[in-house]
Design a protein around this ligand. Sequence first.
Ligand code: KG4
Ligand code: ZN
Length: 342
Amino acid sequence: MNHNLPITIPHPPTILAIETSCDETAVAIIAGEDKLLAGEVASQIALHQPYGGVVPEVASRNHLTQLKPLIDRALNTSGISIEEIDAFAATTGPGLATSLMLGASAAKGLSIGLQKPWLAINHLEGHLLSPFFGNENGVEPCVALVVSGGHTLLVVIEEVGSYRVIGQTRDDAAGEAFDKVGKLLRLPYPAGPRIDRLAREGDRTRFNFPRSMLHSGDFHFSFSGLKTAVRTMLPKFDDDSLPDVCASFQEAVVDVLVQKTIAAAKAEHRRLIAVSGGVSCNSRLRERFRQACDENGIRLLLAAPELCTDNAAMIAHVAARRFVRGQFSPLETDIDPNLRLV
Ligand code: KG4
Ligand code: ZN
């Protein structure tokens, strides 16, 4: 709690949130917990594509030039003046240090200048709670899967702020596996969406790739063996087999993610599964989760497609839930590139 600021708690609060943890510059303005007034995302994908991945120096330079115009645009879109904002929030980790610093410094500067509270938000919590954006029951107890470029986490959610991580990846994250396999197949970065599209034309039974740790008896994951299997089989692929390789690889990832999440929900006696993160855009993953949840009588909340990949709306959403609980951050709260969910 920041005791230096004169805090009166308006209801519902209007919050401006900034997300700059990796290669997307994003600004959102939210009223209350679920009313998105503006959600701006400036993607840097084209800038990083020639390097086959995100270059931290290029990312931070770009956040620097994009941030101010993006804040102006969000204010314009929402029709709100900066003085009407009740609090400023930013992602403080995990992510690239030089990228996080820009968003956090901007939000802190605004909160000091305008004498408003500041909220430091965990990027992973942003993803984790994104399926509950607009949910009429708010955040409900469930088993949640977060699958992004940097993380693969299975989490038991009790309520906002009460989380238990029951599984994570031992090596590559699910999105990382998509991107690395895409690189092997000479697809442009980030390869996830490309593999998803190509897989729709492919035969997912043609190549039998490994389902690592499917029967490990715990809720952890491993995707590096799958990547190696694709690399080993590269000489056998010709141009015509690309859709089949994509479909078979994707099916292996999806099989493990869906089966382990369902098993976790059963083990934890949860009747609700929430799925989020960049990989949760994947059309086959969404389809398989719908089928599996249907068959097992489990309710499913999938993050809306526009909330799957990095965005500031999910950060604003968590910030709003913190704000109504009076959980503001001290101004000393700094970025932490290695921040964990719990
Ligand atoms: O959540 P996100 O935007 O960033 C991180 O926090 O990491 O996730 C980005 C990841 C990338 O690895 C990208 O390839 C993957 O999400 N991704 C997908 C799809 N769309 C994005 N993976 C599979 N299928 C997709 N449709
Ligand atoms: Zn993310």
